[in-house]
Design a protein around this ligand. Structure first.
Ligand code: NAD
Ligand code: UGA
Length: 468
């Protein structure tokens, strides 16, 4: 008989820890959930009286409104929450390493390790420790070694892998009705019991048949593999979009025709200016690194190509803009609509929009940017990071952040759709056309616009993977 989990601590109040554990609190009113973070500003935002939460995610506000103060708490007191908890999620960031061994490929596990060491230092009784972060295969083994080497007498730690599959923008729907919950454990009696304790938490709202239990290493690797497979579909369709543009085929017709084959399926075949987000590139590079570390260079090369195709797609799109605008964009104004890496999020990590704006600035263009959710400071930060040799004053001379799509488009030579925000479909394109310089160009990097209608207005339109 497994003791039910009564108190949960989540280390890391980010895009995963925040929504995931807020939903656990909502669905399990009998469990006290405390989400902790070292970043005080982030915790203050989660606790803000007027609910100015640190991340934008449809439906999240309602979840937090219902659970916060009832059985959901946000705190910077990491130690107190660790000590009180029966089960601890480690949901910290695992970015690509910037220096040292594996730089540019391997996952930086410094945050996972420091959270693990904190657990070992603080805990005075046994705990279940759950890897929620996306980590390389066999990270649980390192965590166990650290925990066991530093634990107090009579303290045992059972380690589980429980990767998260939510996508930003649909996180709450994904958490309410996940395709599956994956839990990996050691196949020992203690490991299986810990697995059951966590499965019982999810079983409060997830049907049992959707809770998959597997071995630890399969669980860890499944997460990297799932992201690699998803990203591979996008790179595949994007490679075909280049072929379409050169043969007169239409990539949407292609995706539709392929997707009707039930073995292929219709999802994740939207051609785009390239995939972004904090994880696809990072997780594939991690997979490449792991493959190389176990001496499988062909496997590494296969997956590396998915990232290379993505870089190619961003570069190809930026080049199309320059080529179409008569081979020069010097001093021309390009309006970039959308800066987030996808719609319905304010997250800009690895957003293709950053790469596009960078290319335009290097071609001496002026850029106006409009995004309905991304904070202006974030845009300045991203541009400073992508152009480290440019002082911020130089960037701000060439870039304007506009309060609306209409303002961004005024007096511009071209509009670039970088994010598929719904409002861009609903704009009055005739009004926009009248404010622009002529000929007025639209480059649709997300295939969201009605090209024939825009052409009727007078626009010259280029879309990814579609004939003109
Ligand atoms: P994030 O950067 O938004 O949040 C991580 C948080 O952890 C930060 O607020 C940071 O301050 C905090 N933190 C780091 N070290 C800490 C420590 N020792 N103690 C307390 N707090 C600490 O990252 P995220 O997007 O939530 O991603 C977290 C993990 O989940 C990553 O491994 C990522 O790959 C994975 N993941 C992310 C998504 C996604 O959609 N963003 C989806 C699935 C999986
Ligand atoms: C992705 C996965 O979908 C999640 O399952 C996973 O948990 C998460 O990564 C993670 O590990 O972080 P996310 O990056 O939030 O989720 O969003 P996606 O919907 O996967 O989109 C990623 C990028 O691919 C976006 O830039 C999106 O615009 C692009 N995309 C997506 C396409 O270009 N075409 C598509 O058909 C789908």
């Amino acid at each position: 008989m497994v003791a039910p989990v009564k108190k949960i601590c989540c280390i890391g109040a980010g895009y995963v820890g925040g929504p995931t554990c807020a939903v656990i609190a909502l669905k399990c009113p009998q469990i006290e959930v405390t989400i902790v973070d070292l970043n005080k500003a982030r915790i203050d935002a989660w606790n803000s009286p007027d609910y100015q939460l640190p991340i934008y995610e449809p439906g999240l506000l309602e979840v937090v409104r219902q659970a916060r103060g009832r059985n959901l708490f946000f705190s910077t007191d990491v130690d107190a929450a660790i000590e009180a908890a029966d089960l601890i999620f480690v949901s910290v960031n695992t970015p690509t390493k910037k220096s040292g061994v594996g730089a540019g490929y391997a996952a930086d596990l410094a945050y996972v390790e420091s959270a693990t060491r904190r657990i070992a230092d603080v805990a005075t009784r046994s705990k279940i420790v759950v890897e929620k972060s996306t980590v390389p295969c066999r990270t649980a083994e390192s965590m166990r070694t650290i925990l066991e080497a530093n634990s107090k007498p009579n303290c045992r730690f059972d380690i589980l892998s429980n990767p998260e599959f939510l996508a930003e923008g649909t996180a709450i729907d994904d958490l309410f009705a996940p395709d599956r919950v994956l839990i990996g454990s050691l196949q020992t009696p203690e490991g299986v019991a810990a697995c059951e304790a966590l499965a019982s938490v999810y079983a409060n709202w997830v049907p049992r048949e959707r809770i998959l239990t597997v071995g630890l290493w399969s669980s860890e690797l499944s997460k990297l593999a799932a992201n690699a497979m998803l990203a591979q579909r996008i790179s595949s369709i994007n490679s075909l979009s280049a072929l379409c543009e050169n043969t007169g085929a239409n990539v949407e017709e292609l995706a539709h025709a392929m997707g009707r084959d039930t073995r292929i399926g219709p999802k994740f075949l939207r051609a785009s200016v390239g995939f972004g987000g904090s994880c696809f590139q990072k997780d594939i590079l991690n997979l490449v690194y792991i493959s190389e570390s176990v001496h499988l260079p062909e496997v590494a090369a296969y997956w590396r190509q998915v990232v290379e195709m993505n870089e190619y797609q961003k570069h190809r799109f930026a080049k199309t803009v320059v080529d179409t605008l008569f081979n020069t964009i010097t001093n021309k104004t390009i309006a970039v609509l959308g800066f987030a890496f996808k719609a319905d999020t304010g997250d800009t990590r690895e957003s293709p929009a950053i790469a596009l704006v960078r290319s335009f600035l290097l071609e001496s263009a002026k850029v106006t940017i409009y995004d309905p959710k991304v904070p202006h400071e974030q845009i300045w930060l991203d541009l400073s990071e992508t152009l480290p040799d440019w002082p911020i004053e130089k960037i701000q001379k060439s870039v304007t952040i506009a309060p609306s799509a209409l303002e961004a488009a005024k007096k511009s030579e071209a509009i670039v759709i970088a994010t598929e925000w719904k409002e861009f479909r609903e704009i009055d394109w005739k009004v926009i056309y009248d404010t622009m310089k002529k000929p007025a160009f639209v480059f649709d990097g997300r295939l969201i616009l009605d090209a024939p209608k825009l052409r009727e207005i007078g626009f010259r339109v280029k879309q990814i993977g579609r004939p003109e």
